[in-house]
Design a protein around this ligand. Structure first.
Ligand SMILES: [Zn+2]
Length: 155
């Protein structure tokens, strides 16, 4: 088995492809992959991609992503493609899709927003007003979110 093959082949798990270059670590955090534990994770960074210029690719063994995780992943990697691997073969392919309305995906990053007030429990709601470049506004206070900050506030 060649060195390359050893890195890329997994028996069961998930391949997340077309992550924007440099964002793979955010994906690892989002998926709460405990890097101290025994979950084998392969990370390839900054490889050329026809689709998005440069990309990161993440392979996670023995883990299949849920739809809930995919909805969150869309904030970090809106054009990611997902392959579920079972017994060395691609069993399922999924595309990440960023919805127009993001309900309970991330918390508004403005501290004086009504949604931050715990006595007034409201669902977290964001509206995607533009996709390229990505522009997201809070449904309640109407303010535009800094995407990097929003990623840190994913629920
Ligand atoms: Zn707000």
């Amino acid at each position: 088995m060649s060195e390359m093959r050893r890195v890329t082949a997994i028996r069961n798990g998930t391949v997340v492809d077309h992550i924007p270059s440099g964002r793979a670590m955010q994906v690892i955090r989002l998926l709460r992959i405990d890097t101290d534990r025994s979950t084998p994770v392969s990370l390839v960074m900054n490889v050329p991609s026809d689709k998005i210029g440069r990309k990161d690719v993440l392979k996670i063994e023995d883990r299949e992503l849920s739809h809930k995780e995919l909805d969150r992943l869309a904030l970090i990697a809106p054009s990611a493609s997902i392959a579920i691997i079972r017994n060395h073969a691609v069993a399922e392919k999924m595309m990440v899709e960023l919805a127009d309305d993001l309900v309970n995906i991330a918390r508004c990053s403005f501290s004086n927003c009504i949604t931050i007030n715990d006595r007034e429990p409201l669902p977290q709601r964001m509206r995607v007003v533009n996709r390229d470049p990505l522009e997201i506004r809070c449904y309640y206070c109407g303010r535009g979110q800094d995407i990097e900050e929003l990623i840190e506030k994913i629920l």
